[in-house]
Design a protein around this ligand. Sequence first.
Ligand SMILES: NC(=O)c1ccc[n+]([C@@H]2O[C@H](COP(=O)([O-])OP(=O)(O)OC[C@H]3O[C@@H](n4cnc5c(N)ncnc54)[C@H](O)[C@@H]3O)[C@@H](O)[C@H]2O)c1
Length: 268
Amino acid sequence: MATERGANIPPIKIYSDKFEDHVVLITGAAQGIGETTAKLFAKQGAALILVDIEEDKLKRVLQEIEAAGGKGLIRVCDISDYGQCEQVVEDAIKTYGKIDVLIQLAAIYPFHSIIEHPIDLYQKVLSININASFYFIRTVLPHMQEAGYGRIINTASGTLQLPSPGQNAYVTSKGGVIGMTRQLAVEAGPGITANVIMPGLIQTEHAWNLLSKPDGTNPVFDQLSEKQCVHRAGQPEDVAYTIAFIASPEASFISGQIFDCGGGATFH
Ligand SMILES: NC(=O)c1ccc[n+]([C@@H]2O[C@H](COP(=O)([O-])OP(=O)(O)OC[C@H]3O[C@@H](n4cnc5c(N)ncnc54)[C@H](O)[C@@H]3O)[C@@H](O)[C@H]2O)c1
């Protein structure tokens, strides 16, 4: 885990039975923040449903989880298709009988100026980044309501606070996720919370490669790190630990909120 120069962080404790008996469905689990989050829950005893469109990467993640003593299953799914999402949830309920935690991390983040943005790609961003979140909420919620327990965690982005050129579709989609989650929080029912994780710039392979220069430098990461209160690049683990807190039973009095995990780049 990366630390800021001068910081002296005590070792982070992982409790192997923390999420024992919890069933956790994670979208976007094949890489990046989703993969890291899946592995954190697996280490803490959860049974996982790993959802992504990338079959080979999903298989690798599950193999690594199982090799480390974790458990779960994979479901290849294009989350922009309602029928496929519904099937994933049906399968999960057949296998595990319940879903305690829904974590929606899958998204795409293409860069195009407003006037050059291909219309089909704009619609695809909204479809994957917003509509799919609704599809899973719609299908998972009845099971959580029956159980009287649930944690739903949707993903926004620090770009809502600090938008850059070229991100109109993405920022719009992430704004929609916040509205969706606040409304869900009031309708979800007893025992069920709905919250938003808002990562700042996080050093996933995808985000890093997208922003790095041919000489290997990454001025966007460097400049933001300067601006943050915590002067280092955000890591997938930072987001995973925050999600694990929101997903825990003890977070039962927190709903409809945004968790900004961005090193304090902006204030709310
Ligand atoms: N990395 C960052 O700096 C950053 C910052 C703010 C917010 N976020 C958000 O965090 C989340 C994870 O980001 P990341 O950097 O790990 O992303 P990533 O690109 O590494 O991973 C996204 C995953 O979503 C999957 N996916 C895409 N389209 C799909 C579809 N139609 N069906 C199923 N799966 C699909 C991809 O295959 C991939 O595995 C996203 O919601 C992103 O918007 C990331």
